[in-house]
Design a protein around this ligand. Structure first.
Ligand code: NAP
Length: 534
């Protein structure tokens, strides 16, 4: 391990690895710290059964190396976690990125020294290093959370959280299993283990609008085609609002007849992935009547697919229309409930009172289980950064700076924290973004910014308080008029946080291309909104 470097990178997932590649290209020395025992980040921790992309594999992969694109062939349209983990390892090995990373090293503190204007980073296991720049590649959904129910520690069976899944396989055959939570993670686990279990109960607080992912194996010919078309795909992702391959229909839903709209919804439902969400008429995020119409369309599908009408009604969301939360992609999720041994418990009608030594107790029943799986989500966007004791100029703690919610300039820097950058922190367009596309463009911008600092002989760069206030306000305003602003109980707002959220929209809801344009504009103006010190 190097204890005195130019750049420290926290995290060795998609963004940490790419950042290291770019920093080394700048000729800077790098030390990485990673809590896990290997690379992968999200794809290292979330190794639960059924974990897979919801972006098309060939649109999610790195684009920075043509050679890499040609060397890797995806076996499925939406690859599963084991293959993604292999890919991330392949990238790390190809570019020799592991050498500079200290694994098993969870960062505990990141402290700025006013005199030397450098940072000191310390890990929980006593490692310490100093650097001029710190890049937080800590992810947007990393700080997983358990529900606050009493008794979780008393359960005598096996307790698992989706984001801390063990490496050893788990045998579900004939087991009585509880899944708590019903987001995209729970959907993937439930549909995967349902054929094996003895009994399965989903403890659901909020139903979601799940749509078919339509995963399929890629043939050798398709793999070849994707390599030939790689540049075209990345170019398409640069143009689309969410950096996916799905492009909005330029028409508003109101411009066509109801019959045409329904035919379009059906076609997008057949296409799979996020097509229904991101490839729909251009008022899908703003027109309540359209969202209600798609909700009716999907409710009819659920009623068709789930034979028991009581179960079907429980699985149809009642408190939010389609598109206001990130819709889970599924395969046979609804059909799993046609098994007699798979059921859903509505926690709004009968809330969980406690976890007992033998299972789950709700307000009206006691259930025994062998395994409880918590799919209760993350303290989104800010959680991982807030867990680290980050102290900037004059010893100011980030958690105090963010006491009323996160404040950033362009999502990458915070006033009073010189030379510290977040790659996918709050106020990025993470709600919709095809993550690797945003990771690459954000990291490229940060790289350009650091190059500028070096070339101009400055010591530090940091967000001005004025620019930070303006960007933070712009992020809050960016969601106004959008339907997602009506459904605030989600990780988009941090309101899923078990300790309570601040109720602000935590990302930037403008399109990814508009965010990139702002980035470029700021850089072209000599990093307007940032201040330098020699
Ligand atoms: P999530 O969407 O935040 O869902 C958490 C679930 O836990 C919700 O159903 C929530 O209910 C429930 N929950 C939270 N606290 C609870 C409590 N005390 N009692 C009962 N239920 C509780 O988390 P996630 O499913 O892990 O997914 C997070 C995000 O990760 C997704 O939106 C997606 O962006 C990403 N993801 C992607 C993929 C992929 O396909 N690549 C797969 C999984 C996840 P409420 O809704 O009522 O709060």
């Amino acid at each position: 391990m190097q204890d005195n470097v130019d750049v420290i990178i926290i995290g060795a997932g998609i963004s940490g690895l790419y950042a290291q590649y770019r920093m080394r290209e700048l000729g800077l020395s790098v030390q990485g710290f990673e809590a896990g025992t290997d690379v992968g980040g999200t794809w290292y921790w979330n190794r639960y059964p059924g974990a897979r992309f919801d972006s098309e594999s060939y649109s999610y992969q790195f684009s920075f190396s043509k050679e890499l694109v040609q060397e890797w062939a995806w076996s499925e349209k939406f690859a599963g976690q084991p293959e993604i983990e292999r890919y991330v390892n392949f990238v790390a090995d190809k570019f020799d990125l592991k050498r500079a990373i200290e694994f098993n090293a969870r960062v505990e503190s990141v402290v700025f020294d006013d005199a030397s204007r450098t940072w000191t980073v310390e890990t929980q296991n006593g490692k310490k290093a100093h650097a001029r720049f710190v890049l937080c590649a800590t992810g947007l959904l990393s700080a997983f959370q358990m529900p606050p129910y009493p008794g979780t520690e008393n359960f005598k069976g096996q307790s698992l959280h989706s984001a801390r899944w063990p490496k050893e396989p788990i045998d579900f055959t004939g087991k009585k299993v509880a899944i708590i939570g019903s987001g995209p993670t729970a959907v993937q686990i439930l549909q995967t283990i349902a054929p094996e279990v003895g009994e399965l109960k989903l403890f659901q607080r909020t139903a979601n609008w799940c749509t078919p992912l339509r995963n399929q194996p890629m043939t050798a010919a398709e793999q070849e085609e994707m390599k030939v078309k790689a540049d075209e795909i990345f170019e398409l992702c640069k143009r689309t609002a969410a950096a996916f391959i799905h492009d909005m229909d330029m028409r508003a839903s109101t411009e066509v007849s109801k019959a045409e709209r329904l035919a379009k919804y059906q076609e997008l439902y057949e296409r799979g992935g996020f097509a229904l969400w991101l490839g729909n008429f251009n008022d899908v995020f703003t027109n309540r009547a359209m969202a209600d119409e798609i909700s009716e369309f999907l409710a009819a599908k659920i009623r068709q697919r789930v034979k028991d009408p009581v179960k079907a009604e429980k699985l149809i969301p009642k408190n939010h229309p389609y598109g206001t939360k990130r819709p889970p992609g599924e395969k046979n999720y609804y059909e799993a409930f046609n098994q007699d041994n798979v059921d859903v418990v509505d926690l709004r009608a009968t809330p969980i009172v406690k976890i007992t030594d033998s299972g789950v107790e709700t307000s009206d029943a006691k259930y025994d289980f062998d395994i409880i799986i918590y799919c209760t989500g993350f303290q989104s966007l800010t959680g991982e950064l807030m867990r680290i004791d980050i102290r900037g100029e004059n010893g100011v703690a980030l958690k105090d700076h963010w006491a009323q919610g996160p404040k950033t300039n362009l999502g990458v820097q915070f006033a009073g924290f010189p030379n510290l950058f977040a790659i996918m922190g709050p106020h990025n367009p993470g709600t919709f973004c095809n993550i690797t596309r945003c990771v690459e463009s954000n990291t490229d911008w940060i790289t350009g910014c650091i190059r500028y600092v070096l070339e101009h002989g400055y010591k530090t760069i940091q967000a001005t308080p004025e620019a930070e206030a303006a960007w933070t306000e712009k992020c809050h305003q960016s969601v106004k008029g959008m339907l997602i602003d009506e459904m605030r109980d989600s990780w988009f707002f941090g309101n899923n946080n078990r300790d309570g959220g601040v109720g602000q929209y935590l990302m930037y809801a403008g399109s990814v291309p508009s965010y990139r344009a702002l980035f470029n504009e700021v850089a072209a103006k000599g990093y307007e909104g940032f201040e330098f010190r020699a």
